[in-house]
Ligand binder design. Structure first.
Ligand SMILES: Cc1ncc(C[n+]2csc(CCOP(=O)(O)OP(=O)(O)O)c2C)c(N)n1
Ligand code: SF4
Ligand SMILES: [Mg+2]
Length: 450
């Protein structure tokens, strides 16, 4: 498949996110307080809304708390504080509202794990019926959004309800002790995807790409963002608030506890997720991609994976070079698919690697086509032999291990692929145990959090 076509859209009147980088004026902390007013971050306003204020109980370095604070302050700024927020169950809900306290300074409702989009749609309809102008923002984690809340969210999209839904994606069910979700990346260890067996960690070829699913609903606005570029997040929330109808923003928010990363690496990991190509950052309007944030230089995936204990099993003695190569192929396929960099800027060997990445490194289609083939063969065998036992039917429809088919697929397109180790990022597993004096094994999971 060729790179995506970007549809031209009119430039928005919101000061462009690219003009002033956080680090160019002022400091990281104040968000460009020294820049011209129009270019300042919402956070640099001394009268900022502080929608999610101090006193909450998120872990140190929690990407979700950071993302939610920026997103909601921007939404409040855009709505002049005339805002109702609806929260799914999850870390954000639990750490911000330990009964009877609340860290929210805006109206805020929590109902259930899976129904935030429906509650938000109802709130928007109720406000409209009463002639009120308040805007509605719903938010949830990846589990609440991609898994249990997906039916309600799809309905909200289909009806084009006037709600901005924000998903804070930390790639697992963190609140209940790091279980796998439909957004957990391949090979990651969670409490339910242990790093053992022939395919350690989360399986390849599963999971859902929620931004693409949202785009398929052809709603007015879909965007991805990360906590590595908070001005970009503010920009996208403000832009979404200028639009009516169903809008969706998917924010990557590293979770030190679930990812097994040092709390001071949250921003760096979010940045590496984008710079590797594993997490493409883009906007889409009415189903078409309208802007893509280019990456500055493609970073090898090892640099991103190494500091996270959820991937530590890939770097143990004996290693899992083939798994790392598959993850690299996913990043390379994304770079090509989303046109994340001008290829001719790159060294030839990197260009060749990106061009040669298979279209389906996850093995999703390979697996499906193998399953279809196996089913067809079984039916044929049944027809010719008459009767067959249930057990032999099940046995004959089993799919060949996907790792085998990936090796075949890549060796057909690019020969044997090796991935160069990244450098310069400290190994969080080592740092953490050095700091705490703990001898926790890299594959160990933290205890349930809340
Ligand atoms: C119907 C239902 N099933 C399970 C739960 C338990 N539960 C609460 S939060 C949660 C995980 C939330 O994961 P996610 O949405 O990714 O948010 P995170 O905590 O990672 O931010 C689960 C399983 C519940 N509250 N309700
Ligand atoms: S477990 Fe993760 S998402 Fe939850 S509060 Fe801690 S760092 Fe944040
Ligand atoms: Mg989660």
């Amino acid at each position: 498949m060729s790179a995506i076509q970007i549809r031209e859209v009119e430039e928005t009147q919101i000061p462009a996110r690219e003009h002033v980088k956080f680090y160019q004026v002022g400091s990281f902390a104040v968000g460009n307080r020294l820049a011209e007013v129009d270019y300042r971050s919402v956070q640099s306003n001394p009268d900022r809304w502080n929608t999610l204020t101090s006193g909450h109980r998120a872990c140190q370095g929690c990407g979700e708390a950071l993302g939610a604070r920026y997103a909601l302050d921007s939404a409040a700024e855009a709505a002049n504080g005339n805002l109702v927020t609806v929260n799914a169950t999850g870390c954000l809900e639990v750490f911000s509202t330990p009964y009877p306290e609340s860290a929210w300074t805006v109206p805020w409702i929590h109902s259930l794990f899976g129904n935030a989009p429906a509650v938000a749609a109802g709130a928007a309809a109720g406000l409209r019926a009463q002639g009120k102008t308040a805007r509605v923002v719903a938010q949830g984690g990846d589990g609440g959004t991609v898994d249990i809340g997906m039916g309600c969210l799809s309905g909200m999209f289909e009806r084009n309800d006037d709600v901005l839904y924000i998903c804070y994606d930390n790639e697992a069910y963190m609140n209940t002790g790091v279980q796998r979700s439909g957004a957990t990346p391949p090979a990651a260890r969670t409490a339910t995807t242990q790093p053992v067996g022939p395919e350690p960690g989360n399986q390849f070829g599963e999971g859902k790409n929620m931004p693409r699913i949202a785009m398929a609903h052809e709603i007015p606005y879909v965007a991805t963002a990360t906590v590595a570029d908070l001005r970009d997040l503010e920009y996208k929330v403000k832009k979404a608030m200028e639009i009516r109808g169903a809008r969706y923003i998917h924010v990557l928010v590293p979770c030190p506890l679930g990812w097994g990363s040092a709390s001071n690496l949250t921003i760096k990991l979010a940045r590496l997720a984008t710079q590797t190509g594993l997490f493409p950052v883009f906007e889409a309007e009415n189903g078409d991609i309208t802007s893509v944030t280019k990456i500055r230089r493609p970073v090898g995936v090892e640099e991103y994976l190494r500091p996270q204990r959820r991937f530590a099993h890939l770097f143990k003695k004996g290693g899992e070079a083939e798994v790392i190569a598959r993850l690299q192929a996913i990043a390379d396929r994304n770079i090509r698919r989303y046109d994340l960099i001008e290829l001719d800027q790159l060294d030839e060997d990197v260009q060749d690697r990106i061009k040669a990445a298979p279209e389906d490194p996850e093995g999703r289609f390979t697996q499906a086509s193998q399953a279809r083939k196996a089913t067809a063969e079984t039916k044929q065998a049944q027809a010719s032999e008459g009767s067959e036992t249930a057990d032999s039917v099940i046995e004959s429809t089993k799919v060949r291990p996907i790792a085998e088919s990936f090796t075949e697929q890549t060796s057909q397109t690019q020969g044997s692929s090796t991935v160069k180790a990244g450098s310069g990022v400290e190994d969080a597993a080592t740092t953490q145990s050095a700091r705490t004096g703990s001898d926790v094994d890299a594959g160990d999971l933290p205890k349930e959090n809340h």
